[in-house]
Design a protein around this ligand. Structure first.
Ligand SMILES: *Cc1c(COP(=O)(O)O)cnc(C)c1O
Length: 397
């Protein structure tokens, strides 16, 4: 696949083996170290570790833990980055990365099609601390060219936006940002770690909600900030270890084991998403099917050049507005109404009344969050069963 590591191992192999730290017992399956602290043989050893800890030396679980470290090493490697810091949630990762890298007076350019909580951090939190934030149409390359300027410290974007599935030309954004000395921070939740191209396009930081495809089974929150070792073990770790956003070892262990099956799960889910999106396109009860893997998607060419897949999520606009849309949602039998995505259970979400309810109407209009818009996350059920369920519910709409 062209992404083998220096041992010649492909991602599928690394997803099972990378980052293992075996204890003196030589366990096969990765151990879960449920410990906050670590003991030192002598006072001198404690002093030395606080001055500089070695690779296998830990101080306190808010700073790091062996199980968490295994997860950081494995996932950051799969994403093509040197290092990672695991966080309590995707939002702890987004907020942590931004707070660690920005200060008052800095300028940030961000794509406006963002997950609601990311918008809150950018528009409310950062502005309160004197960071200037410019929101633009991220699909328009010339908007990035115009908005990025000399004091732009950082740009922020979702590689595929939630929930409208806009795709951004990441190589272009990286080129403009880097020419102006700005860092590129990519929220990679929708793109999936399996199909991520953030590192290949030159992004400096990828923030991942591991709640999504990494856990993949709707059990627990998690996040990761990936980047160069200098950024991660420098400003990112310093900020996070003192402010308490670290992932707990139980979550790290569960999600570490989830990485072993992630490739199989995500490819199956993405394959279903493509099949369902293709089958529903042109359906009389649907105004629009939005999926980066369909030629009808406005950024299909960019999406195809960047990634081998359109992902595990697509969106439809049910004709007839909110009432027809709710009839459709309520008639579904396999798909569950919820607001997560990437679960092994297929999920439908109505962004206008849930995840993006907070946004004023003009902003919803601008982002294309219509009363009929449904975000559909494909799980691991049989694809034909899923299609039959969508069809019978559309009949009911
Ligand atoms: C879910 C999500 C987040 C937040 O992740 P949590 O793990 O729920 O905190 C951030 N960005 C995007 C694009 C998401 O989809």
């Amino acid at each position: 696949m062209g992404d083998n590591d220096k041992n010649g191992w492909s991602k599928r192999t690394r997803a099972v083996h990378t980052g293992i730290r075996r204890s003196q017992y030589g366990e096969v399956s990765e151990a879960m170290f449920l410990t906050q602290g670590f003991v030192y043989d002598t006072a001198e050893a404690a002093e030395a570790r606080f001055i500089k800890s070695g690779d296998d030396e830990f101080i306190y679980a808010r700073y790091g833990n062996p199980t968490v470290r295994m997860f950081e090493d494995r996932l950051s490697d799969l994403l093509g980055f040197e290092d990672g810091f695991a966080c309590a949630s995707g939002m702890a990762a987004v907020n942590g990365a931004l707070m660690a890298l920005l200060k008052a007076g800095d300028h940030v350019v961000a794509a406006r099609a963002l997950f609601g909580s990311c918008l809150y951090v950018l528009e409310d939190v950062l502005r309160r601390f004197g960071v200037e934030v410019t929101l633009i149409d991220g699909t328009d390359n010339s908007a990035w060219d115009t908005a990025i300027r000399a004091n732009t410290r950082l740009v922020f974007l979702e590689s595929i936006s939630n929930p409208t599935l806009e795709v951004i030309d990441l190589a272009h954004v990286c080129a403009v940002a880097h020419a102006n000395g700005a860092l590129v921070v990519v929220d990679d939740a929708m793109t999936t770690p399996v199909f991520s191209y953030a590192a290949a396009c030159g992004a400096d930081i990828a923030v991942i909600s591991t709640t999504k495809h990494v856990d993949g089974q709707g059990r627990m929150l998690g996040g990761m900030i990936c980047g160069t070792r200098d950024l991660i073990r420098g400003p990112v770790e310093t900020y996070l270890k003192h402010t308490g956003g670290a992932m707990n070892p139980f979550t790290a262990w569960t999600q570490l084991k989830s990485l072993e099956t992630m490739d199989l799960r995500v490819r199956a889910q993405a394959s279903s998403a493509l099949t369902l999106a293709q089958a529903l396109e042109g359906h009389p009860k649907i105004g629009l099917v939005r999926y980066p893997g369909l030629p009808s998607h406005p950024q299909h060419q960019v999406a195809k050049a960047q990634s081998a897949s359109g992902g595990t999520v697509f969106a439809i606009d049910v004709a007839g507005g909110k009432e027809a849309c709710f009839r459709f949602l309520n008639a579904l039998e396999i798909f569950t109404i919820s607001n997560n995505f990437a679960d092994s259970k297929s999920i439908v979400t109505h962004p206008a009344t849930t995840t993006h309810q907070r946004l004023p109407q003009p902003q919803k209009d601008l982002l294309g969050i219509t009363p009929g818009l449904v975000r559909i996350s494909c799980g691991l059920e049989d694809t034909d069963d899923l299609l039959a369920d969508l069809r019978q519910a559309l009949d009911a709409a």
